[in-house]
Design a protein around this ligand. Structure first.
Ligand code: FES
Length: 127
């Protein structure tokens, strides 16, 4: 059996929504102390909907694939839905990750949550 599913390989080789949003409404950065990988998410939010999302990931293949898939899962979704995104959903959408690579998808969940929290805190300040 191959270590990674075709979907993981596809999103790793060909990441969706890679990059930076200069005027992002929410930015979140998380890291995993054990492996040293870092993931950064940028959100553009209008009318409580994720209009655009981009990511930068300095990490392993599954971290890159997980961030790419996670951006696809939340793009166009309401903020409340994005908040509910779990690492299991990301891993399932990738047709699974090896057990010892599940923490890479956790990074994607955490990065999105952290960007959403940043958005909420900025919103509360301007209201
Ligand atoms: Fe750390 Fe993948 S090995 S995020």
């Amino acid at each position: 059996m191959a270590l990674y599913s075709e979907k993981v390989m596809d999103h790793f080789r060909n990441p969706r929504n890679l990059g930076v949003i200069e005027d992002a409404d929410g930015v979140g950065e998380v890291g995993n102390a054990k492996c040293g990988d870092i993931m950064k998410m940028y959100l553009k939010i209008e009318d409580d909907t994720i209009q655009d999302v981009k990511f930068e990931t300095f990490g392993c293949a599954s971290a890159i694939a997980s961030s790419s898939m996670a951006t696809e899962l939340i793009k166009g979704q309401p903020v409340s839905k994005a908040m509910e995104l779990t690492n299991q959903a990301v891993a399932e959408a990738l047709d699974g990750l090896p057990d010892y690579k599940l923490h890479c998808s956790v990074l994607a969940e955490e990065a999105i949550k952290s960007a959403l929290e940043d958005y909420e805190s900025k919103k509360n300040k301007t209201e």
